[in-house]
Design a binder for this molecule. Structure first.
Ligand SMILES: [Zn+2]
Length: 221
């Protein structure tokens, strides 16, 4: 994965535009088609032999459609936009935000995977509000995802939008497609990391940021 350029499934092409042009174009907006989801859910109920008209199920397609719209709301936004409100600060030590809870959907099974994101950057003049970092995570999580890509998207967004000296993202998550079906391994936690800049190249910087991330018991999965 290049440290300076990424192509993000879903439409966001990142890379400085130059000539005063915006660096990133917004993801295309596809309004979520609720009636279509409702129809599909009704079909699933029929396919498993249920009666979608019985009292307990008659409003289920409607509820599921609204749930999916919420869980996939990130498809209709460019999460990087949250990193464009920056302020100049001569702070030159690591900024770390740990234990950002997230909920995403595994794109292979459309089952939830949930956990915590820990992210860090070493500013080079630009810093960003903590709530913006959390909103950026939310935008990338709320879509069909794989954990590996989510990790890289967050690291690349920090790296390319804030132009820091280093950027890091570590994610710990439990995948319900692993715990409630298939291999049925409850308690298994997947950990992924993506490092950019000095955190990737410089062993002591890498050790420092990973130690900061691991400094306290983290998981409350
Ligand atoms: Zn899965």
């Amino acid at each position: 994965m290049s440290a300076t350029r990424s192509l993000v499934p879903g439409g966001e092409v990142s890379q400085g535009g130059g000539n005063g042009q915006p660096a990133v174009r917004p993801a295309p907006v596809h309004p979520i088609d609720l009636p279509r989801i409702e129809h599909a859910v009704r079909e699933i109920l029929l396919a498993v032999g249920e009666d979608p008209n019985r009292e307990g199920l008659c409003k289920t397609p409607h509820r599921v459609a609204r749930s999916y719209a919420e869980l996939m709301a990130g498809l209709n936004e460019d999460p990087r936009r949250h990193l464009r409100t920056v302020f100049q600060e001569r702070y030159d030590e690591v900024v770390l935000l740990r234990d950002i809870e997230f909920h995403s959907l595994c794109e292979h099974h459309l089952l939830p995977f949930t956990g915590h994101v820990h992210l860090a950057y070493l500013p080079d003049g630009k810093v960003v509000g903590l709530s913006k970092l959390a909103r950026m995570v939310e935008g990338f999580a709320r879509r069909p995802q794989v954990q590996e890509r989510l990790t890289m998207q967050i690291a690349d967004a920090l790296w390319e939008e804030l132009a820091p000296l280093g950027a890091a993202c570590v994610i710990e998550a439990v995948h319900t497609c692993m715990t409630i079906r298939g291999a049925k391994k409850p308690g298994s936690v997947m950990v992924t990391s993506a490092l950019r800049g000095v955190f990737k190249k410089n062993p002591s910087s890498r050790a420092e940021v990973l130690a900061l991330i691991a400094a306290h018991p983290i998981s409350k999965l």
